[in-house]
Design a protein around this ligand. Structure first.
Ligand SMILES: [Zn+2]
Length: 660
């Protein structure tokens, strides 16, 4: 089960039965079934997805000139109710043609990116040299369009008007030829030395919806959106360079010119990524579980990280196990983990059946690099890979759900998860074994949310978030409100919300209201007011104890407690009071008014009061004002020391927050 072997090709180590199955599927689907759009005949397994955008691609990489020449045949079926009068394609690499693209202009607003000086050869481009639709040459008709802004210099979306509209239900065959230049890495894409990480690399159709084409320009802080299909891709690279890609290798040719051609195949995915480098080491292992299908794991890693192979597999197993148990099974049977080259900038990114992790040469146990990033990126196979939301518009639906899920999975296995910081340019890690990170606050990235809480309203299309702070809303705020929902409704209900959403929307494109509808339906109560607060507003939550007094009044003590809503956002909170005889009183406040007064007449004075004592509301931006104590329990020395400790801890967490 934990077998690890070093091999030249995962395909050749695959059990014979699996190989036969894959070849059968490939043979069936590369024939009539793809073209007719009616897979499932000839005894092939029923498709998991609509498969309305399938790509057969051949491409050749020339590493010396960093050039890719490619040709693709797209079999596209119009699954909407409207006719398509034109086609729209993403040409993502044109975002890195020069610094006048929308991507580069937006990136300039995010100072943390720290762009290096680039030579002319470090930039990218993708030029479509020919396009035919149903045999009709449309090359002269193609033009660039800018659906999101008026930037006439942006060339990341190409429109191709058609001579004949494609009616609903009809299938078109589209043939495209192109030539592209591989950049020095931008946004986890490109080449450094002889390491090539090739993603978002081919002319790719947008998504036709009943409202028309959804084909956004490439933006600095958002990702991608496309339809599901079958990918059959043949890649020619220098002889014997190991290659990793979406899907599984079904054929390999050694060509007379010394190059190698790999053919990869994958059904029911919406993208295809690949990587090659002569330096990759290959390891394989297997995920097994009593109630989930097995998964062959293939790891391509840098030689200097050879000792960390098992850690990558274990972290991937963590995701496959917990996401599988909580949300639903990973159905593809194989997954490829890429450990990218040092300074390639390719770490921590997801593609169907393939993702990049990222580690360092020194990564002692306790430093959850590579575990944190591996669990997260493997997790995107579920939130993004299968449940395929529009990442341009609703990035929180994959990144936020996945940040919440990652923190939950990490807490199952890496417990306690302790603080680790890196010094000297990231080379030297230091593990603070006595500083335990909590899933609820650090795992869900509370420091980032607190910093940028009001920077954007989540319901704004994600590509319009301010680039420098968008991540805090997309990842951090979403994870915090999901975990708040879990603490409020209980995990059994939350688990059913997540698994129902997964089951209902896998291999489809959910919108935010689809998630909110599932949550309300499963919880059996109207959660609309909650989503109004956390999703349709940028207001912050901050409840606190304004005042607590216990004054002698005859033989009694009169205790008055004033609690206050300091923030604009509203959430029901408990208020707990403890008296000196040990008595506890819990009040349930709907949290709507700006303040509320509680009074008690008791023979004993109050000791302390606390708003939200169980910290259900993880979005509360100032938890330190949530409690008040009338008599310190410890001596003054203990208080002094604990305050010092708190300041030090806060410093650590702030530094940590600045690093992630
Ligand atoms: Zn992510």
């Amino acid at each position: 089960m934990h077998a690890v072997s070093e091999t030249l090709g995962g395909w050749y180590t695959m059990p014979r039965m699996r190989r036969a199955l894959l070849l059968t599927a490939a043979a069936v689907l590369s024939g009539a079934a793809i073209v007719s759009g009616q897979p499932g005949r000839s005894g092939a397994p029923a498709p998991l997805s609509p498969r309305n955008a399938s790509y057969t691609i051949t491409a050749r990489l020339d590493p010396a000139t960093r050039t890719i020449t490619g040709a693709e045949t797209i079999t596209w079926r119009n699954i909407t109710t409207v006719a398509a009068a034109e086609l729209q394609f993403h040409l993502y690499w044109n975002a890195w043609k020069d610094n006048r693209s929308t991507f580069m202009r937006e990136r300039a607003l995010a100072p943390s990116d720290g762009d290096r000086r680039r030579t002319a050869d470090d930039w990218a481009r993708i030029d479509v040299t020919a396009i035919k639709v149903g045999g009709d040459d449309r090359t002269a008709a193609k033009r660039f369009i800018t659906p999101d802004d008026d930037n006439a210099d942006d060339q990341t979306v190409m429109a191709v008007p058609l001579a004949q509209p494609i009616a609903p239900g009809m299938t078109a065959t589209i043939e495209v030829e192109w030539r592209a230049h591989v950049p020095r890495p931008f946004a986890r894409t490109g080449a450094i030395g002889d390491f090539f990480f090739i993603v978002q690399w081919f002319p790719k159709l947008g998504v036709l919806q009943d409202e028309g084409w959804n084909c956004h320009q490439f933006h600095a802080s958002t990702e991608f959106f496309s339809d599901f299909g079958v990918y059959d891709v043949s890649l020619t690279v220098p002889g014997k360079w190991p290659l990793g890609a979406t899907g599984v290798e079904i054929k390999r040719f050694e060509n007379t010119d010394g190059t190698t051609t790999y053919r990869y195949y994958q059904e029911d995915v919406h993208d295809f990524a690949w990587t090659t480098s002569p330096n990759y080491l290959e390891r394989t292992a297997r995920f097994e579980h009593p109630r989930l299908p097995p998964v062959e794991m293939r790891l391509l890693l840098q030689p200097e990280h050879a000792a960390q192979a098992e850690r990558h597999f274990d972290a991937t197993r963590t995701t496959l196990r917990y996401y599988g148990e909580w949300f639903g099974a990973y159905p593809y049977g194989h997954i490829t983990i890429i450990d990218p080259a040092y300074q390639s900038g390719a770490g921590g990114m997801e593609y169907p059946t393939l993702f990049t992790a990222g580690t360092r040469w020194i990564a002692p146990r306790g430093v959850t690099t590579p575990e944190g990033v591996t669990v997260h990126e493997a997790g995107h196979q579920f939130w993004y890979g299968m449940v395929a939301n529009n990442e341009f518009e609703d990035a929180w639906m994959d990144e936020g759900l996945n940040t919440y899920s990652t923190a939950r999975a990490i807490a199952q296995v890496y417990d306690p998860n302790v603080l680790a910081l890196r010094y000297f340019g990231g080379f030297v890690p230091w593990v603070f074994r006595d500083v335990v990170l909590s899933r609820e606050t650090e795992g869900n990235r509370l420091p980032g949310y607190r910093r940028d809480a009001e920077s954007d309203t989540p319901s704004t299309p994600s590509f319009r978030y301010f680039p420098a702070t968008g991540g805090s809303i997309t990842y951090d705020k979403t994870a915090l409100w999901l975990n708040t929902l879990e603490r409020w409704l209980g995990w059994p209900v939350m688990q059913r919300i997540m698994s129902t959403h997964f089951e209902r929307w896998k291999f489809r494109h959910p919108k935010p209201n689809d998630f909110f509808d599932v949550a309300t339906e499963v919880a059996g109560r109207d959660l609309g007011p909650f989503f109004d607060q956390v999703y349709r507003s940028s207001n912050v939550f901050d409840y606190g104890v304004q005042d607590l007094k216990s004054e002698r009044d005859g033989g009694q003590y009169r205790t008055t407690l004033a609690v206050r809503r300091y923030g604009e956002a509203i959430f029901p909170v408990d208020v707990a009071v403890t008296f000196s005889n040990g008595e506890h009183v819990t009040e349930h406040w709907d949290g709507t008014d700006r303040w509320k007064l509680y009074t008690y007449d008791r023979p004993f004075p109050a000791l302390s009061a606390q708003v939200d004592p169980d910290r259900v509301l993880l979005l509360d931006v100032t938890y330190t004002n949530n409690s008040k104590t009338l008599e310190p329990k410890g001596g003054s020395a203990a208080t002094k020391w604990s305050l010092k400790w708190m300041v030090w801890l806060q410093d650590c967490l702030l530094s940590w927050a600045a690093l992630v």
